[in-house]
Design a protein around this ligand. Sequence first.
Ligand code: AMP
Ligand code: ZN
Length: 664
Amino acid sequence: MTIKEQIENLRDELRQHNYNYYVLDNPTISDYEFDMKLKALQKLEADHPEFYDANSPTLRVGGEVTKNFNTVVHEHRMYSLDNSYSKEDLEDWEKRIKKLVDGDIQYTCELKYDGASMNLTYENGKLLRAVTRGDGVQGDEVTTNVKTIRSVPLQLKGDYPGKFDIRGEIILPLEGFNKMNEARVAEGEEPYRNPRNTASGSLKLQDSAEVAKRPLECFLYSIKGSNLSFSTQFEGLEKARAWGFKVPNEAKLVNSIDEILDYVNHWDTERHNLPYEIDGVVIKVNNLYQQEELGFTAKAPRWAMAYKFKAEQVSTTLNHISYQVGRTGAITPVANLEPVLLAGTIVKRASLHNADQIEKLDIREGDEVYVEKGGEIIPKIVGVDLSKRPNDSLPTSYITHCPECGTELIRKEGEAQHYCPNDLGCSPQIIGRIQHYISRKAMDIEGLGGETVALLVNEALISNCSDLYELTVEKVIPLERMAEKSAENLINGIEASKQIPFERVLFALGIRYVGETVAKKLAKHYKTIDAIMAASLEDLVAVDEIGEKIAESVVDFFQSEASTNIIERLKSFGVQLQLSEEALANQTDTLKGKSFVVSGVFETVSRNELKKLIEDNGGKVGSSISSKTSYVVAGDKMGPSKRTKAEQLGIPIITEQEFLAFLE
Ligand code: AMP
Ligand code: ZN
């Protein structure tokens, strides 16, 4: 046998043993024999580096160190899931989706594993890349770390597609988590709080050998790719299993909401017997073609729903109420609690939302309160144990002045929140606005973090976002802990932000109610900041999807002299305050006033490209056919009930080619 053959045989053998052990839970050799074979392979590979393979089983033990994780844009966005808590929620969901798709709907019910989501890319059966969810659009590449997770196959088997993405959850089973904690406590360190955070923290460790020591697992639940050889979610799970992935067996195919509820109820109690944590159930429309028809909202697929188990509750003492000032001046009351263990985490603080909420529940300092943790990160107070109220207790009197700057608070009619109106002089507002300006989804200024912003403001080097552009290396070097290299990075990052496109600058300005989507709409419609500044309230409201509340806020913002000064200065520094030539060239009014519904599978463009084309050319995309629909663009496999509906309403059905011809 040649050396090459020896190496390859050992690799195959070790792969199979890994699979038997970690995926099937059914080892066929002893740990000792396994280690001997692994050592033999390590030696051969070290002596013959010419046969290096990035996916060799020896890499499972880690060793490579990553200093900075690269950011990678996901080919398919990683969405969140909508949540449901009751039968009614599920019934409403079914009603909504039945309007949008034809035929009976089957559902796959799966467990909702509580860990960190991960996207794995495979090419020719080999693991190419592993990327965290990040903000859904882009995440961090953590391939070296993920390779150490033994249940992630590095080489697939069977009839896998040439290239595809597969999604899963990296989790830390309870037994392994507890062992890790015992070891930590024995060494006099603080135990980790919960398996989920520990799993996601592990992925970002720099030393992959450390990751290799942690008993992480990866459960897979969704395959993304083109020309897949299956047409339902359930078959997809079976395929993934056949290719060598770890796919838990608890998934179930059902036909009705009642069956979904049976599944939920079963797992609500049975989950305590699972070796890992789950925080609910995920229900997915089984047919992939129906999934495609249903598509996505801005945040989540329409074809899937999480069902969250009833939140856990504990009671504890509310020590005192403090008040935080946000970037918009909004005041948030915060409950500082006697620390208590809740759903695996120690809770010390909870949001009290606003003055009304405090009054409604009559929450007072010194009370014994009930704290609940649902899906959200910040726990909430849901009630007071009046039997334990101290005799000398006094009702809470809400603050009247800003805790940061002393200005008298205001409360606009119809709004629950109090505000500090001193937006130009109240430091958390000043800092918060600039932090928003530099944030990832806004100007994404590399080399500048939230802490540094606070430092710059406190040192009076900046007081609004336009001041950033006058910073120099010399000015920032005296700051605490600022090395020359970091100072240069900071200045370069600021310089680079001058290339950020207009719609993101508009979002970065932090105008109330102008989120990413609204900023895009406004940028597309008005094209320049000057046009937006000149727009009246009536103008703005006339823009599609811009309501009165947003319009008022935009007008208010630009009426302030401080804002217009900032805009003028940003302009003078060369920040993008209008759409680029390129963006303008791709946009027309050709489809203005027309509304389209897109249905089926297309040949020359993807469904999303088609929708973008419609929007870029001034048209609207609707999700269901109504009398207001101008055209239905029909691809292959358009649903028969959509066709009937369009015909009944007399709405023209056009092909993809006919549509593209409109644009010429
Ligand atoms: P959320 O973060 O609450 O919006 O829930 C969405 C997340 O649930 C996804 O990003 C996944 O990481 C996670 N998840 C866990 N189990 C599943 C599953 N079986 N199917 C889909 N998503 C799941
Ligand atoms: Zn203030």
